[in-house]
Design a protein around this ligand. Sequence first.
Ligand SMILES: Cc1ncc(COP(=O)(O)O)c(C=O)c1O
Length: 397
Amino acid sequence: MSESSNQEQQNETLATRIANRNLALHEQGLLRKRTNLVLDPSQSNYFEVDALPYVNFSSNDYLGLSTSNVLIDALHQGAKDYGVGSTASPLVVGYTEAHIKLEKALCDVTGHEAALLFCSGFSANTALMKTLFEPNDLVVADKFIHASVIDGIQDSGAKLKRFSHNDIDSAKSCFERFKPSALVTESVFSMDGDIAPLAEMSALCQQHGAWFIVDDAHGFGVIGEDGFGATRLTDDIKIDAQLVTFGKALGGQGAAILGSRELVDFLVANARHYIYSTALSPASAVAAFTALTVIEQQPELREKLKENISYFREQCESKNIELTDSLTAIQPIILGDSAKTMAVAQRLKEHGFWLGAIRPPTVPQGSARLRLTLNANHCQQDISALVNVLADILNND
Ligand SMILES: Cc1ncc(COP(=O)(O)O)c(C=O)c1O
């Protein structure tokens, strides 16, 4: 067979394979799709899809900063000062004053010695795990840990053992059975909204000389003193490496790994996601820096978020809608059955409310849920209207 027809056959095999996989997912109703939103930044929490208006209860914009005029101006000014892109890897010519200023501010608010910026939390987590661990390491992680952590550990060749979700006894038993190099957890869990027992986990790691690594993607900006995340919850939480993201409570884009100077030097020298990738845009760094100042200067945003969470929970209680114990902005409503969850989310859309319907494999089998997120910009009328419609749907099924 000639080289070109061999190549054709290979291409055909790949094309056939992906077509078959897509078809199988489609038949199971699991083919993921994107939705084309029409946004109006002056109308935080509202958008249109196919010319129909929706109230957004799905975003991770917990403080409503993505549409803040202060941040829009900061991004604009950042682009004027530095251009729209970083133009190269940080190790070539992509590292500027704007990046240095943000790294320093992140260290100031979290108490870490050094920071390293990435374009996304996914790449930061994957880079950290892949670069830090080696095949002879064993890492223990919460059963619900984010996909980016799992991928990074797998890429490193290290062994991964999972302990039961937020269960310190299960984590202890892993330490007794294995000799882990590190324990990894999220602070606020992305699908459940509950908070890990960080102080106990930190003590466990110290007792066993293991690293404590915290993915603070959904905590940074909203939990801890001044909102500045996991290290600011209590003094006894010692974190060796912490992920913070700018795409959630900070309303922008990008992420950082925080830790010791030694860790950051090691990542700069070895993390392929950092070395071989265009740096975070300086304008995004300026926006994230400005978000830190807004968070510090406007504690009322976190207060408003707290009020909205309490209001939502009271409304649900009065309508007998079962909630979990989550006291954060992430409020799952676990319905169990995937088809029912999809149907309820669809009915809510028909009433103009946009909520995530989350099914296995993103969450464990039998725990399909509506993932509802609240933010500081939601108004009580929208929250109570949503709860009324939801109660009607759930009670009439
Ligand atoms: C817990 C957790 N970690 C990391 C990430 C990745 O962050 P980013 O969206 O900045 O890539 C996410 C995003 O969904 C997340 O939920």
